[in-house]
Design a protein around this ligand. Structure first.
Ligand code: ZN
Length: 378
């Protein structure tokens, strides 16, 4: 669904505000509540999508409604896009729209979407994390070929063995820590608050970075993967009868690479899998990184600190992907900005696609206050 909301200054390039409407499935028996009832209990709104990302969809609509009720407008035109299919890679959602109707977005200079603008608490100091980067995706299929034959005979060219060696090598590989500017933004601020050393250009930077992330508590789960590429074997398939050596075997690997690292990442994978195994692409998507500066960053920062005085605002990188991957291909700068002031003890990272996904009602109200202010100053 697309809409253009007229802004005060129509001469400026529009801002794209995008949200996906699909959610991942929920296995109801695992939940404390009906995952599709939208129940409010203990100060939280419970249900699948409460965090990813019907929360922001609701914040966007409530903010626009509030502006309209007051007879006010966004600072500039807002192109509003609600998409489908994001949880399946966006091939029939944002990517489809970018490929088939780019004119609807081509004039937008920046975009804001999900997974940023939430708070974490570091030593009693609230930090808001704005997403300025995303790791790239390299989901791959590994195919091993060998000589088929009887299970009782000696076979030096067994596809199952070739594949198992490749999968084990990938699983055992330690990717080196690398620091990207987006990640350094968060680490520098956290280091200052924690009184820990962090010099991104110093010789101890990598160890310092890992120690800081380990000190962040539960949210560290979301930050640690942004220090390294990753490659996790996830599926194996070979054979059809116990006493038949198959001629082929396949595995799938979930690969993620840091911005700018795609070619090195794939070259390393190819070296690890060896000559008997072939790598095929299953699904690829780009990495992103923009700088943490400019008028839009200033507007996001000002709205957050106006509604939460004393808070600090930093950049961070998302280890996963969002529809921003599609929209960035049209040349706009993409940010994650779904503002939520969260309780210090909430394990936010665990709620994404998790059981008992929920969002504090007060956080949603804060989000509407911030986003309304942001739209007026964007
Ligand atoms: Zn999402």
């Amino acid at each position: 669904m697309l809409a253009t909301i007229e802004g005060s200054d129509r001469s400026r390039a529009p801002l794209l505000v995008h949200g996906h409407l699909d959610v991942v499935p929920a296995h109801a028996p695992d939940w404390s509540v009906n995952p599709f009832a939208g129940e409010v209990r203990d100060g939280y709104l419970w249900g699948r999508g409460a965090i990813d990302m019907l929360d922001m969809d609701a914040i966007i609509l409530a903010s626009l409604e509030r502006l309209q009720a007051r007879g006010e407008k966004p600072a500039r035109d807002v192109v509003l896009a609600f998409t489908a299919d994001e949880e399946a890679g966006g091939l029939f959602g944002a990517h489809w729209m970018v490929d088939n109707m780019p004119g609807e977005f081509a004039h937008c200079s920046e975009a804001v979407g999900e997974v940023g603008g939430f708070s974490i608490t570091v030593a009693d100091q609230r930090l808001y994390l704005i997403e300025t980067a995303e790791k790239g995706i390299a989901w791959m299929r590994l195919v091993a070929n060998g000589t088929a034959g009887h299970g009782s005979l000696r076979n030096k060219d067994n596809a199952v063995v070739h594949l198992a060696e490749a999968v084990a090598a990938i699983g055992a590989h330690e990717w080196p820590t690398q620091l990207a500017p987006s990640v350094n933004g968060l680490l520098s601020e956290a280091a200052e608050i924690l009184g820990m050393p962090f010099n991104p250009s110093g010789s101890d930077a990598l160890e310092e970075a890992e120690r800081i992330v380990e000190s962040l508590g539960a949210i560290g789960k979301m930050i640690m993967p942004t220090l390294k590429n990753s490659s996790n074997p996830t599926m194996l398939d070979a054979g059809y009868k116990l006493n038949v050596i198959p001629g082929a075997a396949t595995a799938h690997v979930d690969g993620r690479f840091l911005p700018g690292e795609r070619d090195d990442f794939l070259a390393t994978i190819d070296a690890l899998i060896g000559p008997h195994v072939r790598r095929e692409s299953y699904h690829d998507d780009i990495s992103l990184e923009t700088t943490f500066d400019g008028a839009l960053v200033d507007a996001m920062t000002a709205s957050l600190t106006k509604l939460d005085p004393g808070a600090r605002v930093v950049s961070y990188m998302l280890s996963g992907g969002t529809d921003a991957k599609a929209f960035s291909q049209l040349g706009m700068r993409c940010f994650g900005f779904a503002p939520l002031r969260l309780p210090a003890d909430l394990d936010f990272a665990a709620l994404f696609h998790g059981v008992d996904e929920r969002v504090p009602v007060e956080s949603l109200k804060f989000g509407v206050d911030v986003f309304t202010d942001f739209l007026k100053t964007c």
